[in-house]
Design a protein around this ligand. Structure first.
Ligand code: ADP
Length: 547
């Protein structure tokens, strides 16, 4: 027997409409590439998004077409999210930190018909335009009087001129909630990037789930500054979650250094933020050096790579900011787990609570997870056994765009598909998951596994260390052994032996790094994560002492 409730599709346009109607005067503030601050409201954003949708449809963009962006976090990018998705086309956010050749490859693979870009990225557009024959126009996201000219780009269009051609009478179409709304490619640290194609339904459900109190816990009383870029898995869904709850948004644009962020946090009364660990290193360094405190900042989500425990402690103890450690991936929209304490933990000591908060956390309803061995047999949730982490849920991909890589799922005895995350993890009896490593980074020493994340987290806790990475290097007897690569803090001194001794009593003896190498910087990938592949190449000819 069927239930008798309305079949109202879950559409991204519905989120913005809701925000415009119920939080119409709530602000969206953006630092523009030009350097100034732009402010307007959800009502303005919704009206301009409809105008843009109308203009794009007059230009021939139709259901399912892909429209790409190369852009920072800002109000025009937000309008594109809603205009393109809302009209039934697909917003394809591209990471501008990738190599232009790779960007051109992605544009062609996605079949993008238009590409909108912030002025910062004109050189990329100039480099790729001739190689992207399907792109009908290149839309410069700038005021008309700032429109660039370029001999190398045919069909250079101005965003505001385009938008002005659209009518404010445009009404959002009611489309199938399973239609594609967004496209995001994985960063492709191994092989070609692969596209995750989100639906309206998956995006709306993810936005709901993210807002839950034990997930991100966003509310209309918050002022949220997403440092995580809108080209990095849709800024972890915040451009959808913020309007869903009616939170004020502050977009930082291109200025992501500690000082600029701090100024914006203070001037706009930011209560909440989200970003990868590397950006917070910059912010923490700035506030410490300047000897300042935050007056409104209360909570931040940190994920994308493991958040060092020292960072969680620094935020809490020095600045009174709660860190919510989170884990996810492009293929998961991205949220999988977030780490918040439950009632049962509140009676425990602060040290025990800190141990829990260092984990990647608990799943949100909508994500199911398990750990398995190499034969896909399920492993126990004892907090010790590690295995390959598999997930399933309504905002997890079923397959990659254009069927790239074949069927990625692994099927259980009941025929249910699970997505293999490529991560190795433990899950404890309370369901808290902890990432041990990416399966390709874990060090296999004498048939046992060593977690590079654990070793890095400890090294970052050393007062002389600015950043640390651990990779496996070949060893004749043990196959692989850990090599610690260190960037020292400016002016700090520490020796190889001191660093190795620092691990004593903190890890099993056989986990201790065999050697330390000091470097000026550690290579970071397009989303600010340590590029282990590059680091392994860099140390390709390195031999351990005595090996
Ligand atoms: P890419 O793999 O292309 O960089 P993602 O941004 O989707 O793209 O990265 C997802 C991966 O990032 C996860 O599979 C995991 O390895 C890592 N990751 C994300 N969050 C965390 C975290 N909190 N701790 C450890 N690793 C994390």
């Amino acid at each position: 027997m069927q239930g008798l409730m309305m079949d109202m599709p879950l559409l991204v346009s519905g989120i913005l409409q809701h925000a415009a109607r119920h939080y119409g005067d709530t602000e969206i503030v953006s630092r523009r590439v030009e350097g100034d601050l732009h402010r307007y409201t959800y009502a303005d954003c919704e009206r301009r998004s409809r105008q843009l949708a109308d203009a794009l449809s007059r230009d021939g963009v139709s259901i399912g077409d892909r429209v790409a962006t190369l852009a920072w976090n800002g109000y025009r990018h937000m309008e594109l999210y809603y205009a393109v998705g809302g009209m039934g086309a697909v917003i394809h956010t591209i990471n501008p930190r990738l190599h232009p050749e790779q960007i051109a490859w992605i544009v062609n693979h996605a079949g993008d018909v238009h590409l909108a870009f912030d002025l910062t990225f004109l050189p990329i557009v100039e480099a790729i335009a001739a190689h992207c024959p399907n792109v009908k126009s290149w839309i410069a996201m700038a005021d008309e009087d700032r429109q660039p000219a370029s001999a190398r780009v045919v069909n250079l269009v101005n965003y505001e001129t385009l938008l002005a051609r659209g009518s404010t009478d445009y009404r959002w179409p009611e489309i199938d909630e399973r239609s594609a709304a967004g496209l995001c490619y994985t960063s492709g640290t191994t092989g070609n990037p692969k596209g995750a194609m989100y639906t309206h339904r998956s995006t709306v459900l993810h936005a709901y789930a993210a807002a839950l109190p034990d997930a991100m816990g966003a509310s209309s009383r918050d002022c949220i500054l997403p440092v995580v870029p809108m080209f990095h898995v849709n800024a972890w869904g915040l451009p959808y979650t913020c309007p869903l709850v009616g939170a004020k948004i502050v977009f930082p644009g291109a200025q992501l250094d500690g000082k600029s962020l701090y100024e914006l946090f203070e001037s706009e009364g930011v209560t909440y933020s989200a970003g990868v660990p590397t950006v917070w290193l910059g912010l923490l360094q700035h506030v410490r050096q300047a000897g300042v405190k935050f007056s409104s900042f209360k909570r931040t989500v940190i994920g994308g790579s493991a958040c060092p425990p020292a960072m969680i402690r620094a935020f809490r103890d020095e600045f009174g900011v709660e860190v919510i450690h989170a884990w996810g991936m492009t293929e998961m929209s991205p949220l999988g787990t977030l780490c918040r304490l439950q009632n049962r933990h509140l009676r425990q000591s602060e040290a025990a609570q800190q141990k829990i908060l260092e984990k990647q956390g608990h799943v949100i309803f909508g994500v199911d997870m398990k750990i398995v061995d190499d034969e896909y047999r399920e492993l126990p949730w004892d907090g010790k056994t590690f295995g390959n982490l598999l997930v399933r849920g309504p905002w997890v991909i079923r397959e990659y765009f254009r069927g790239e890589g074949g069927d990625p799922l692994k099927y259980d005895a009941d025929g249910r598909g699970w997505f293999p995350t490529g991560d190795v993890a433990t899950i404890d009896a309370d369901g808290y998951m902890q990432i041990t490593d990416r399966s390709k980074d874990v060090i296999k020493s004498g048939g046992e596994w060593i977690s590079t994340i654990d070793l890095e987290n400890l090294a970052i806790g050393h007062p002389a260390v600015a950043n640390a990475a651990v990779i496996g290097v070949p060893h004749p007897k043990w196959d692989e052994r850990p090599l610690l690569v260190i960037v020292k803090k400016p002016g700090a001194e520490v020796t190889r032996d001191e660093l190795i001794a620092f691990y004593e009593g903190k890890v099993a003896r056989w986990w201790m790094p065999d050697d330390v190498q000091f470097v000026e910087s550690i290579p970071l990938g397009a989303t600010g994560k340590i590029l282990k592949t590059k680091l392994r190449e860099q140390f390709h000819d390195y031999r351990l002492p005595g090996a």
